[in-house]
Design a protein around this ligand. Structure first.
Ligand code: NAD
Ligand code: ZN
Length: 367
């Protein structure tokens, strides 16, 4: 088993990563001081529940825990106030009190939704994350939990750290390929913002990683979480450094918004976003063409079957408009996280709109 601690003083918590870890859930809860007298409430979605819920519930009940559960549809649309209300209603119905613990069994959507329900339920109860997607390695660190508002993603939320993250890599084997590739986009992002050696390792071991081989996949998740944890520990409430985690996201969120969270999934949108960021960095002289930062970024993303070209259907005006709407636009100016090298980024404010437009045009030609 791989393990790391997200170091946040009294809110510190462990992330455990390993094959078959679901079987250890009861003992790991006990190790975190979560006892059978506390009622557990599992939230999962309609794709994940048929695969893993029964195993989880049986294991917990055998260990003496009482648990209820609630299954929601799969997809981003459940990150809404309507589902917050539905889940809260179910929690009240089964008599959950302040000592109860919420368990999120699923991907980043279930993690964000359940985490926010836990943050709000009776002004806050503990929650445990059991991520079942690769992308959720990202959402399992940092304590950001939220639901969406019709006018913006993750607008209604809180910082609520989990008590434990238990990552069973065996669950990843049932993920659709497209979700695996998209999950790697965030792993690659962690390499690209922080560590050239991790980035090179991801490139060298792409085929083992893509087939989810042990111990590679556990190592990749651990490294990705460790990088995010290091950034977050230094900036729990997003005052400064934490913004570097948004590499590719200024462009990416705009693309997601235009495709109404439908056409491109998150990891795909930020893959294109990271290409655009690298091209913009080159354009404004932050990197030189001979450093090959953009070229290496593109070929790395392609190794993971991620899109690198901005689809021609996206109108540049629409992208700019969506970027202006994004909450990351500070005082009406565009703020970008841009690479200065492989494994290093800088936050750049005041980028000229003309450079953004030119970059987007170039991004449509990338092959
Ligand atoms: N809180 C954070 O810091 C943070 C960071 C990154 C992303 N996010 C959020 O995460 C969400 C995206 O997460 P995601 O990509 O995991 O999406 P997701 O939870 O929707 O999962 C993707 C799809 O895979 C299915 N699925 C999940 N696990 C499966 C498994 N083991 N086998 C088969 N199918 C499975 C789901 O039902 C869903 O259809 C977004 O809402 C994003 O905002 C949050
Ligand atoms: Zn992301």
């Amino acid at each position: 088993m791989n393990q790391l601690t997200v170091d946040l003083g009294e809110r510190s918590y462990p992330i455990l990563i390993g094959k078959g870890l679901l079987r250890q859930l009861p003992q790991q809860l006990a190790a975190r001081g979560i006892e059978p007298r506390q009622t557990l409430f599992i939230v999962s979605d309609e794709h994940v529940a048929p695969l893993y819920l029964e195993q989880v519930v049986n294991g917990l009940e055998q260990a003496g825990y009482r648990c209820g559960y609630h299954i929601v549809p799969a997809g981003e649309q459940v990150k809404s106030l309507a589902y917050l209300e539905e889940i809260t209603g179910k929690a009240l119905e089964i008599g959950l009190d302040r000592n109860s613990v919420f368990l999120a069994l699923g991907g980043g959507v279930i993690g964000d939704l359940t985490g926010f329900c836990a943050a709000a339920y009776m002004r806050g109860v503990p929650f445990v994350q059991i991520p079942t997607t690769l992308l959720a390695h990202d959402s399992s660190v940092g304590g950001k939990v939220a639901v969406n508002h019709p006018l913006g993603k993750n607008i209604i939320g809180a910082f609520h750290q989990p008590s434990l993250v238990l990552y069973d890599t065996e669950t990843l084997t049932t993920l659709p390929k497209r979700e695996i590739y998209a999950g790697f986009a965030e792993v690659l992002k962690h390499g690209l913002i922080w560590s050239e050696s991790f980035t090179n390792w991801l490139s060298d071991n792409a085929s083992s990683l893509l087939s989810l081989e042990s111990p590679f996949i556990e190592e990749a998740i651990q490294q990705g979480c460790a990088i995010k944890a290091e950034v977050v520990s230094n900036d729990e409430r997003e005052q400064g450094l934490r913004a570097i985690l948004n590499l590719g996201h200024t462009f990416g969120h705009a693309l997601e918004a235009i495709s109404s969270y439908g056409g491109l999934i998150h990891g795909e949108a930020i893959s294109i976003g990271m290409v655009a960021a690298a091209l913009l960095a080159e354009r404004i002289g932050l990197t030189k063409a001979e450093d090959r930062v953009a070229e290496r970024t593109i070929s790395l993303l392609k190794q993971y079957h991620l899109p690198v070209q901005l689809p021609s259907a996206f109108a540049i005006d629409d992208i700019l408009a969506a970027m202006r709407h994004d909450k990351k636009g500070k005082d009406g100016k565009f703020v970008f996280v841009l690479p200065t090298a492989i494994g290093a980024v800088e936050i750049v404010e005041n980028v000229d709109e003309a450079d953004i437009i030119e970059t987007l045009k170039i991004c449509k030609e990338v092959e």
